[in-house]
Ligand binder design. Structure first.
Ligand SMILES: C[S@@+](CC[C@H](N)C(=O)[O-])C[C@H]1O[C@@H](n2cnc3c(N)ncnc32)[C@H](O)[C@@H]1O
Length: 217
């Protein structure tokens, strides 16, 4: 559809529906917030820790946090995406944010995010690769964090999985996606950056190697 006009896009009922929702939402001024330095997992290659973001100044007191909320409102922010660290470790802060902003919380999925005071937020639950790669990269090869997330967020209409595809694990996309949909959640896709230099099946190069091997066979 290169060079197509907006009018041409809107012929598609799905795109027209998305466009209508975006228009209805009004003006958005969004910010990304690292809510906490704490995390209950240590995912292999998580940019937050690999890039030393936990060494930046943090907000410790409730008063300082409330002042931050007021400052964001004053500069016109009305939409926040909250990451970290693990935001589900800071439910009181999330509840305060939910009162003032359209909120999306990105979580590893291992902890529940109760509805109380957080009914109207969006929750994006991380998942990496396929079921076994996820256990390796996010669960220290011991913990099935994906199954924990499915159980924590079963039938929860606030929740979409944020599926980070890992090169070399593409065969698992369909079955993992099926489990997310069967669980009553949405799915969106993203790419893994191999910041911890795992190599092998986690690098983009391995996708082309896998594809070319298949073509040769
Ligand atoms: C740093 S995490 C913090 C939020 C939460 N603790 C979690 O695990 O989702 C924020 C987002 O960054 C993504 N992320 C972290 N490291 C990444 C990497 N190396 N490549 C791609 N996505 C990454 C996670 O999957 C998650 O969606």
């Amino acid at each position: 559809m290169k060079g197509a006009s907006l009018k041409a896009y809107l012929q598609d009922p799905f795109l027209a529906g998305l466009f209508g929702e975006i228009k209805a939402a009004g003006n958005m001024k969004s910010s990304l917030l690292d809510l906490t330095h704490k995390c209950n997992l240590r995912c292999v290659g998580c940019y937050f820790f690999v890039e030393g973001m936990d060494r930046h100044k943090k907000i410790s007191s409730r008063r300082e946090f409330e002042a931050f909320v007021e400052a964001e409102k004053a500069r016109g922010t009305n939409m926040l995406t909250v990451v970290g660290g693990e935001p589900a470790l800071e439910l009181d802060r999330l509840r305060l944010l939910a009162k003032h902003f359209k909120l999306t919380v990105v979580t590893n999925g291992s902890l529940p995010v109760p509805r109380d005071g957080l009914e109207n937020i969006r929750v994006a639950v991380s998942f990496w690769g396929d079921e076994s790669q996820d256990t390796f990269l996010r669960g220290q090869d011991k913990r099935d964090v994906f199954s924990e997330a499915l159980s924590n967020f079963k039938g929860d209409d606030r929740v979409g999985f944020y599926y980070t595809t890992v090169a070399g694990c593409t065969d698992g996309i369909e079955s993992a996606t099926d489990r997310m949909i069967q669980n009553g959640n949405y799915v969106a896709y993203n790419f893994y950056a191999d910041l911890a230099k795992q190599g092998g099946s986690t690098t983009i190069g391995s996708v082309s190697r896998t594809l070319s091997t298949k073509l040769i066979e």
